[in-house]
Design a protein around this ligand. Structure first.
Ligand SMILES: Nc1nc2c(c(=O)[nH]1)N[C@H]1C(S)=C(S)[C@@H](COP(=O)(O)O)O[C@H]1N2
Ligand SMILES: [Mo]
Length: 449
């Protein structure tokens, strides 16, 4: 597959080992194709500058480097006024960090996917502008004054809410990952895509704000014997999904907020369903109706789509939960290690059943495992960032990560997953991912274990 060179991450280029800081030796850790050497030089010298200013010791300015010897123009001129960007944007130097379509994956740009650039991101929150997009019939930007949410079916009193009604109700804000059930779908048979953006980028993490679904169901007086809900979107795709009453009453949110502001139109503005731990398709966007029922609805998006073809030829329906999964986001496919020495292996781990308990990393294809550092305290059904110190001596290495979740479940190897599921599935591939570091420093996608 041909991919644009700027789709490859350049995360880690500024990476620097603590010992390198002390020795003053500068290491530009990871490169990528597509960042020109002039820019690399610029980024590198910024680091030397920082070291010199911090008085970190032996960080002598390289002889003749104008970026440390000369005063740059931006230090000698008036900056831009405050109103230049009423709504802030990333630096122009970050213009290649964008969502991308996988070339040739879909026939139209409406029924399609744009993947999150996981290789470029830090921490566990996905910036809203980089949240992955999955639409079945394009996205819409709905006037919130004309949007309504209806609750009907097995209820004492059918209700219709305006956005104003909903936003006046008690709200909650919670961090949750959203993963499409088809994330990593191309990898069932062989290592098919070159970068983590395409292999795992139907994954994002946000803080969602809205009204607990249980509260709305209480208001409507839902039938206590009803086991199901039908959620319907207002876009042209006719998206309808059956939601278990268990999930609905547990932690589902009728959300209007994402990372502190209103939802982005691509994420379902002005209203979407958040069903923590459950596959993305159930997070119905542009949510306009919830019907309470006593049996699953067997809609088009759950009867024949979003089913798992098992090795015995039967279809498994209504698999909702995204099982525990993890992936190293850097170093990852398409990146290149510039020189030997220290690297911080970093990645994400998550589980649809609760918190991440432990993440382990292997640099030898799963023969030996050592615990990774978990950043912060893992939140239930949210992305967890992990880091792992590694010194590369120039050998071929097979990088893997493996997560354990709060239920004791351990992420399966590829052969364990294939033994249970075969290779003809699309959805719910949570196998351990392998990135191969070649002795040239180039990193590619391989399947091991
Ligand atoms: N109304 C509606 N809801 C929808 C979809 C859609 O096409 N229409 N796509 C679903 C799928 S398959 C996924 S994976 C998630 C993607 O959410 P995102 O675009 O915010 O990442 O939304 C789900 N909700
Ligand atoms: Mo999806």
């Amino acid at each position: 597959m041909q991919i644009p060179s700027d789709a490859l991450g350049r995360r880690g280029q500024l990476r620097q080992a603590p010992e390198d800081f002390l020795s003053g030796e500068l290491v530009a850790a990871i490169s990528e194709h597509g960042v020109d050497s002039e820019r690399r030089g610029l980024l590198r010298s910024a680091f030397v500058g920082a070291l010199a200013v911090a008085g970190a010791g032996a960080a002598a300015a390289p002889e003749g480097d104008p970026d440390i010897l000369d005063i740059p123009p931006w230090s000698l001129s008036l900056g831009k006024p405050v109103v230049a960007n009423p709504y802030g944007r990333p630096s122009v130097f970050e213009a290649n960090i964008v969502r991308r379509q996988s070339p040739g994956l879909t026939q139209t740009d409406q029924a399609s996917v744009a993947f999150t650039p996981l290789q470029n991101l830090f921490g566990s929150i996905t910036p809203s502008g980089l949240h992955f997009e999955r639409h079945h019939q394009g996205w819409v930007d709905i006037d919130p004054r004309r949007h309504r949410l209806m609750i009907n079916g097995l209820v004492r009193e059918p209700l219709v809410f305006t956005m104003e009604d909903l936003m006046r109700m008690p709200s909650v804000s919670r961090m949750h990952f959203l993963e499409c059930g088809a994330n990593t779908a191309q990898e069932w048979g062989n290592a098919a895509v070159p970068t983590v953006q395409y292999s795992h980028g139907m994954l994002s993490g946000s803080e969602w704000t809205g009204v607990p679904l249980s509260l709305l169901l209480e208001r409507a007086g839902y039938d206590r014997n009803a086991g199901y809900l039908l959620a319907e979107g207002a876009d042209g795709s006719g998206m309808t999904r059956t939601i278990n009453m268990e999930n609905a009453l547990d932690d589902a949110i009728v959300a209007y907020g994402q990372n502190g502001e209103m939802l982005r139109p691509e994420q379902g503005y002005p209203l979407r369903l958040v069903v923590p731990g459950v596959q993305g398709v159930s997070w119905v966007k542009w949510l306009r109706r919830l019907e309470v029922g006593d049996q699953p609805y067997a809609t088009k998006d759950e009867a024949s789509h979003y089913v798992d073809l098992m090795p015995d030829g039967r279809m498994r329906q209504y698999t909702a939960i995204q099982e525990a999964k993890s992936v190293i986001t850097s170093p990852s496919g398409g990146q290149r290690l510039l020189k030997k020495g220290y690297y911080c292996i970093t990645g994400l781990a998550w589980s649809g059943r609760g918190e991440v308990r432990k993440v382990e990393v292997s640099v030898d294809g799963g023969r030996n495992w050592r615990p990774a550092r978990i950043e912060g305290s893992p939140q239930s059904k949210m992305l967890t960032r992990f880091n792992f110190d590694w010194t590369w001596q120039g050998e071929t290495a097979l990088l893997q990560s493996r997560v354990h979740d709060a239920t004791g479940y351990i992420q399966p190897t590829r052969s364990q997953l294939v033994a249970a599921r075969g290779t003809r599935s699309i959805y719910h591939n949570n196998a351990i991912q392998t990135w191969r570091v070649k002795d040239s420093g180039e990193v590619d996608n391989v399947q091991v274990g």
